[in-house]
Design a protein around this ligand. Structure first.
Ligand code: SF4
Length: 526
């Protein structure tokens, strides 16, 4: 479909990792309206429709997605200016009823977009000798290829093509070498490196080896650096496992989602349960790296019995850890269409997801698994989930690869997401920055809040002292109501999430962040 230049400019403001999906949603909207060209007006209307459809005030009872967990990559509180909107529903059943919906996929502050013409200047500042930064440092490397598009996923970018992938890895190594020369990169060791995507295991064995070896050669890594390779089971054979381990990977994070073969196939996952169990057993028995899997609850066709079996299979495997994620139906994604058109069994509603969550926590706690965060669990102390913990808190992240994004200093930088444009820009020798957000002057406080809530608490007393702000005065009226409803308990100035609070953690986190930002804005402090 054709796009006018104004419409193109508008869509380019969407962060690279979700831009493709947003563009598809806009085109679907335009087609629906009988338009052959996407104009700026269409982009704005589609955006309003997407944001409005899921807004808190709209009566969406007639919407076919009503009651489901619709994942928006932007927070749903942008339009709220009255703190009373942040109160929970008054209910005796906070697990199921405290809020009408999840407010975001990840809690995030309201950030200002950095002027594109100054991006390289900001980047040069954080990469200079002068920028000391936080002691905890990570590297995120993005692999924007997948062998196929899983129906539930909002992060698909490009189909895997061997030649293109090799060209991409060449460019990525060039970007790595250039970035590693910067004074900030050389200053101190990195504690965690994460190869994410997309599907890093879609790459060939030699490309996996080149990349892992490259990051170890170019950057100073701590002796206990966690080196994670994310991936899936399809086309992840012995040659790739060996290449990854030989190069230095010490943690595999593999997307199972569900072991149930029928549910897997309906979502675009090809491997049957037996193959997954065989591979995980093999990796575990090798003992060469920590083995972690992702499980998702609330998938179409996944009953509570299937979920319980998924949890049992994980426990029986005795691998190192697992992450329990709730299903998000991304607006504009293929799962949304499948649910609307009823071409798949219906996924769990948000209420049902609360039951799945509760079941997961009960089963894993009973098996003495250690809860590392709201979503991450460990069977032993080998699993640290270090990158996940650091990236949410006060740490520095150097990002590499098409569509990657992360916090560095007080800014969040995103790299060019279009594959060809990325390769061309790397070849010019400049960091392929495409957009950035400027965190406000209290960005560390906001990140501390998000990180602590993810860990199940918020030490309001210490954070108030550390940041010179009275968090109790800023948020107390809302926090008191959450306590009354049963989402939290307070203990000597520390807010602890209850089981219900943990299920709604993203809302509590987003609301605390919004309250702090709103009040600082009113006081002229941002
Ligand atoms: S392989 Fe991973 S990133 Fe790619 S579409 Fe599937 S879930 Fe998404």
């Amino acid at each position: 479909m054709d796009w006018t230049p104004e419409a193109k400019r508008a869509i380019e403001k969407v962060p690279p990792f979700v831009r493709k999906m947003a563009a598809k949603a806009v085109e679907a909207y335009a087609k629906d309206k009988g338009m052959g060209t996407v104009t700026l007006e269409i982009v704005q209307q589609a955006k309003e429709k997407m944001m409005g459809r899921f807004s808190r005030n709209e009566d969406s009872a007639t919407d076919s997605l009503s009651g489901f967990n619709v994942g928006m990559n932007r927070r749903q509180t942008m339009h709220l200016t009255d703190h009373r909107s942040f109160l929970a529903n008054e209910t005796d059943d906070p697990l199921h009823e405290a809020f009408d919906r999840k407010l975001a996929v990840h809690a995030m502050p309201r950030n200002k977009t950095l002027p594109p013409e100054h991006l390289h200047r900001y980047w040069a500042e954080v990469m200079s000798e002068e920028h000391v930064g936080q002691p905890m440092r990570t590297i995120y490397i993005h692999i924007p290829f997948c062998r196929s598009h899983c129906l539930f996923c909002g992060f698909y970018q490009n189909a895997y093509q061997p030649r293109k992938a090799r060209q991409y890895v060449d460019a990525l190594l060039e970007e790595m070498a250039g970035t590693a020369q910067e004074p900030f990169a050389k200053r101190a060791p990195f504690q965690a490196v994460y190869f994410g995507g997309g599907t890093p295991t879609a790459l060939s064995a030699s490309d996996i080896y080149r990349l892992v070896d490259g990051v170890k050669t170019f950057f100073p890594l701590a002796n206990d650096c966690e080196l994670t390779l994310e991936g899936r089971f399809h086309d992840f054979g012995e040659d790739k496992i060996e290449a990854a381990l030989t190069a230095g990977v010490n943690r595999f994070s593999l997307g199972v989602q569900t072991f149930d073969t029928v549910v897997r196939k309906s979502l675009g996952r090809r491997e049957p349960e037996e193959k997954l169990i065989h591979m995980l057993t093999h990796l575990r028995d090798q003992g060469a790296a920590a083995i972690i899997i992702d499980l998702i609850y609330g998938l179409p066709g996944q009953t509570m019995d299937i979920w319980e079996k998924d949890l049992k299979t994980y426990l029986d495997l005795e691998i190192d850890g697992c992450d329990l994620y709730q299903l998000n139906i991304f607006a504009g994604g293929p799962l949304e269409s499948a649910v609307r058109n009823q071409t798949l069994p219906r996924p769990a509603t948000l209420r049902e997801q609360a039951d799945f969550y509760q079941c997961g926590v009960d089963r894993l706690s009973a098996a003495h698994q250690r809860q590392l965060s709201i979503t991450h669990w460990a069977r032993n102390t080998r699993e640290r989930s270090l990158y996940n913990a650091l990236s949410r808190g006060r740490s520095e992240c150097i990002t590499l690869g098409a569509g990657a994004g992360g916090w560095l200093g007080k800014h969040m930088f995103f790299l060019e997401g279009d594959l060809n444009a990325y390769i061309q820009r790397v070849q010019t020798g400049k960091k392929p920055l495409v957009m950035g957000y400027g965190g406000d002057q209290h960005h560390l406080l906001l990140r501390d809040i998000a990180c602590q809530i993810e860990l199940g608490y918020c030490d309001m007393k210490s954070l108030s002292a550390r940041h010179g702000m009275d968090l109790f005065a800023m948020t107390g009226h809302v926090v008191d109501q959450w306590k009354k409803v049963g989402l939290i308990r307070m203990d000597d100035g520390v807010l602890h999430l209850t089981r219900a609070g943990a299920f709604w953690a993203v809302n509590l986190s987003q609301i605390l962040i919004d309250l702090v930002q709103m009040q600082n804005a009113n006081a002229g402090l941002t």
